[in-house]
Write a protein that binds this ligand. Structure first.
Ligand code: AMP
Length: 144
């Protein structure tokens, strides 16, 4: 198969998401493919474990609401319909690969770097996605 039919772009909703999405859109047009997007919310309990002796559920709900609004706003600028916008909880690299499998994506587009910074040779998420991907992965070079 030479062409891509379903492209999944992973966005961390930082400003680096824009060039990554622009590249995904260009590929979508070139292949007349379907475009889906995903943002993964990392549960606070994963980040902080039992370190904080307080109920994090209210904060988690607020994070979810904010992420949902941002993802929907971002996706609408890319003409991605609501059904193709995915907001998921978990570890980004694992969830992105699992979703790609579920929706039958044949290309995952990620940024080479994002929140984890350019100190790493390849962003930790991009690296993780690559290792578990069920399909091709394009790491769009961002942040020089
Ligand atoms: P990073 O690992 O933070 O350097 O991010 C590299 C790339 O992985 C980003 O440009 C996104 O494409 C993707 N990514 C990172 N975190 C997330 C997230 N929470 N949800 C979706 N994609 C993400």
């Amino acid at each position: 198969m030479d062409e891509y039919s379903h492209i999944l772009v992973a966005v961390d909703l930082t400003e680096e998401s824009r060039p990554v999405a622009t590249k995904a859109c260009a590929l979508q047009r070139a292949y007349s493919a379907t475009l889906s997007c995903v943002h993964v919310i990392e549960p606070l309990s994963l980040a902080y474990g039992g370190d904080i002796p307080m109920d994090l559920s209210t904060i988690q709900e607020q994070i979810q609401e904010t992420a949902k609004a941002h993802l929907s706003e971002f996706a609408s600028t890319l003409d991605i319909p609501a059904d193709n916008q995915h907001l998921i909880f978990g570890r980004p690299e694992t969830e992105i690969d699992t979703l790609a499998n579920q929706i039958g994506a044949d290309l995952i587009v990620v940024g080479s770097h994002g929140r984890h910074g350019i100190a790493l040779l390849l962003g930790s998420t991009a690296n993780g996605v690559l290792h578990g991907a069920p399909c091709d992965v394009l790491a769009v070079r961002v942040g020089t």
